[in-house]
Design a protein around this ligand. Structure first.
Ligand code: NAP
Length: 356
């Protein structure tokens, strides 16, 4: 796309720069010669930032680290000073929490408020690109019954998740709503939202802690070797997602929400995409009947409730990604490219062994 307008004299801010998704966004920006202000919780923790330093050493752009926490008011001020674009990616993505309100909802919602209130004070900011999620579009796969054609679009909002039932999805929904509320009260900057489905593909940092890695690891560590349920879902490659953020920032006409999802797929299809290359590993080869999962899964894993099974397993998932293709010009790579590259990276970093 040639109509992007990039002012390389202005730095940009990436919040949560240590993250899986942010790593590829930082890389894309540095490739372009842009100065990136990387906001991280602890810039002194070298183990969390060394992959970014290595990137910067080999790319034309400049990288500067700033200390900031979503829950500390005004803590993004120094990092945002002089920036024309803010990429707000920071938000906890984990399903294993004890106190979902404190661990997920507060950092997502209050963090978004904190970052955007700072954007209101920093007059150089012209655009905020928010990493929301398809989790802010739908709650359960069964929600497709209540929408026209059963296909999720940017018009849809997650109305079914609660902090008790699906706290992560709820956290992303309230955070995106908060962003639109703040954005609609001002005219200095434009909010452009990216709504990815499940992100797969290799990490810039192979030791990434994103839930994406935990979910995907189960494909090769034997935990699912007896099979997987039919669970429809969307998948997008992390590299395509970084490109979507980049274009959302620099295409002058980009606006509103964007479903960024390469494939309407499912757990069994994700597993099948690995088999041609990695058949030596204990990858799930069978689809487990829903009734069996409903009966036994809650006994084995407390995070899988029978309501979750009923409203998600056995359901296909369809979202319309045409706005991302038309307005942002995204070309999605094949599912195998994401799953196989990620699996290979996990093998290389010793995450799992071939089946004995
Ligand atoms: P990730 O690797 O866990 O990244 C999350 C980032 O948020 C980390 O940099 C983390 O910093 C930061 N963070 C968390 N709590 C913070 C706090 N209190 N203050 C400052 N920073 C904080 O996960 P990810 O997959 O890259 O997710 C990035 C974004 O994409 C999130 O907004 C997520 O909701 C969204 N998303 C992800 C997916 C997916 O499948 N991965 C799908 C849709 C949307 P630390 O390194 O210090 O913990």
């Amino acid at each position: 796309m040639s109509n992007m307008v990039i002012d390389k004299n202005k730095p940009v801010l990436v919040t949560g720069a240590t993250g899986y998704v942010a790593g590829w966004i930082v890389k894309r920006l540095l490739e372009e010669g842009i100065t990136v202000h990387a906001a991280v919780r602890n810039p002194d923790d070298h183990s969390k930032i060394k992959h970014l330093e290595q990137l910067a050493a080999n790319l034309p752009g400049t990288l500067r680290f700033f200390k900031a926490d979503l829950l500390q008011e005004n803590s993004f001020e120094a990092a945002m000073a002089g920036c024309d674009i803010v990429f707000h990616t920071a938000s906890p993505f984990t399903l294993d929490v004890k106190d979902p309100e404190k661990e997920l909802v507060e950092p997502a919602k209050l963090g978004t408020r904190n970052v955007l209130n700072t954007a209101n004070k920093v007059s150089s900011v012209k655009r905020v690109v928010l990493t929301s999620s398809c989790a802010a579009i739908y709650g359960d796969n069964a929600d497709c019954e209540n929408i026209p054609g059963g296909v999720f679009t940017e018009k849809d909002w997650n109305t079914t998740s609660t902090v008790q039932t699906k706290a992560y999805s709820y956290s992303k929904t309230v955070a995106e709503k908060e962003a639109w509320d703040i954005s609609n009260k001002q005219s200095n900057w434009r909010l452009v939202v990216v709504n990815p489905s499940l992100v797969l593909g290799p990490g810039i940092n192979p030791q990434a802690t994103s839930e994406s890695f935990k979910i995907f690891q189960q494909m090769g560590n034997g935990k699912m070797k007896t099979g997987v349920p039919h669970l429809g879902m969307g998948v997008v490659d992390v590299r395509d997602l970084a490109e979507a953020h980049f274009r959302a920032a620099y295409l002058p006409d980009a606006s509103g929400r964007h479903i960024v999802s390469g494939h309407n797929t499912s757990f069994p299809q994700i597993a099948a995409s690995l088999l041609p290359k990695f058949s030596a590993y204990p990858i799930p080869r069978r689809t487990i009947p829903k009734a069996l999962v409903w009966l036994f899964a809650p006994l084995v894993d407390k995070t899988i409730t029978r309501t979750f099974v009923s409203r998600n397993m056995g359901w296909d998932w369809h979202a319309d990604n045409s706005k991302s293709i038309q307005a942002l010009g995204i070309t999605y790579r094949p599912l195998e490219a994401s799953t196989q590259d990620m699996f290979q990276q996990m093998i290389d970093s010793g995450a799992f062994l071939p089946k004995s």
